[in-house]
Design a protein around this ligand. Sequence first.
Ligand code: C5P
Length: 211
Amino acid sequence: MTAGPTREAIDPVRFVSNRSSGKMGYAVAAAATRAGHEVCLVSGPVAIEPPRGAGVVRVTTADEMLAAVRRHVRGCDVLVMAAAVADWRPKHPAKRKLKKSGGPPRIEWEATPDILKAIAPLKRKTQVFCGFAAETDRLAPEARRKLREKNLDAIAANDVSKKDRGFESDRNALTLFFADGRARRLALATKAKCAERLLRELEEISAQKKK
Ligand code: C5P
């Protein structure tokens, strides 16, 4: 499991990140430990406690998250990437604090590594990879594109433009898209409930792949 945001330094005191609270990913990790699975939770900086029983690897940047996922993915049956990886980072983070008196800095940006794309070639036939897609527009086509481009077995899409769900909320409404073309809408529910339903689907795909 990955969860939470990543952070990228602008200078020693400032960073760029996003609104991910980690709640959805932590809920999946909790559901999995409750179901008796061994869980390795690679987590960005969040303000919530990890579920008891899960092994936790704490990371800050996209590079650190990629390294941790690479290290742990070999031994897992299912990878769920719920982390909201920061898409861009300052190409040259300042070594010393930028002075306010210098005016707004001009920052050159570069893309962070796409973790799922980078590890897709390592995926074994029996492994299940599931991503998340946080969208404000064109939810279904965007989710299906990511499912294909990242070589996933499933993707859980959620609309992050609504106030009553998603980022920072305790509730969510997920639409699951599967590599075989199926889609399943999970109604608005607590993240714990959404996590249980998602986990059940992933357990089923995993069992099928191992047949
Ligand atoms: O492309 P987008 O960021 O919307 O894709 C979302 C999915 O890809 C999530 O599962 C997220 O964890 C993963 N991701 C990634 N590496 C990135 C950005 C996103 O693995 N740099």
